[in-house]
Design a protein around this ligand. Structure first.
Ligand code: PGA
Length: 255
């Protein structure tokens, strides 16, 4: 039984003041939800403010990125061990990191390793872009990304890894994937995890969908037994995120 996840990636929105304000608005409605892990991902500088607001709740907190180095003279970077002082989670290899900051599968793999060794739960993102999809390269691209980003991780820590399938063409576009598209790729990811780590690990790995998730379409995704929750961008900046988390939490009840 895989506990579903509602993850809100705030991206580069909400400085400390606004983050605290918004977190206080959604905190109580979110705490009332059971049956899902709920996690907020504010920008680095707003993490302490949100940490304070969430104190005493089971709502998770995470960072959107981490350094590929364990510490030292790397100006502007934040190490996994530092994140772990306030957070339990971290997003690794989001498509915006891959596209705007040149993150490769090898880099994503070493960041994932560092996240795991700091006891963080990494959400590792993969996804094809529009050109790949139109050229029928989705399977090839996802296979390369999963093998490169998720291969060779320590066996005793692999159970903590969460994967997010986020087709790049669906992110922030209002054009979500169909449930069938998401399900097909998530099935492929599970098969690849099985190749890498065995069927048991594959069956227990939580795989999320991300890309233009809203309160209106989340029910459709969660109706799939393959989809274990969502990584939400735009809609996580609004109280709508509470509705999304509610649907995610109730969808697998009794499954
Ligand atoms: P979106 O972003 O929900 O705004 O499409 C999803 C994401 O990038 O995680």
């Amino acid at each position: 039984m895989r506990t579903p996840i509602a993850a809100g990636n705030w991206k580069m929105n909400f400085g400390p003041r606004q983050a605290a304000q918004f977190a206080s608005v959604i905190r109580d409605p979110l705490r009332a939800i059971s049956g899902a892990e709920i996690v907020l991902f504010p920008p680095f500088i707003s993490i302490p403010a949100v940490h304070q607001i969430l104190a005493g709740t089971t709502i998770g907190l995470g960072a959107q990125n981490l350094s590929d180095q364990p510490g030292g003279a790397y100006t502007g970077e934040v190490a996994a061990s530092m994140i772990a002082e306030l957070c339990q989670w971290v997003i690794v290899g989001h498509s915006e990191r891959r596209h705007y900051y040149g993150e490769t599968d090898a880099l994503v793999n070493s960041k994932t390793r560092l996240a795991l060794s700091a006891n963080l739960t990494p959400i590792v993102c993969v996804g094809e872009d529009l050109e790949d999809r139109e050229a029928n390269l989705t399977e090839r691209v996802i296979t390369t990304q999963v093998r490169g980003s998720l291969g060779d991780l320590p066996a005793e820590q692999i159970g903590r890894v969460v994967v997010a399938y986020e087709p790049v063409w669906a992110i922030g576009t209002g054009r979500a994937a169909t449930r069938q598209d998401a399900e097909d790729v998530i099935q492929l990811i599970r098969a690849l995890m099985s190749e890498l780590y065995g069927q048991g690990v594959a069956d227990n790995t939580r795989i999320l969908y991300g890309g233009s998730v809203t309160a209106a379409n989340i029910g459709e995704f969660m109706a799939s037994p393959q989809i274990d929750g969502a990584l939400v961008g735009g809609a996580s900046l609004k109280p709508e995120f509470v509705d999304i988390a509610n649907v995610i939490a109730s969808s697998k009840a009794g499954a």
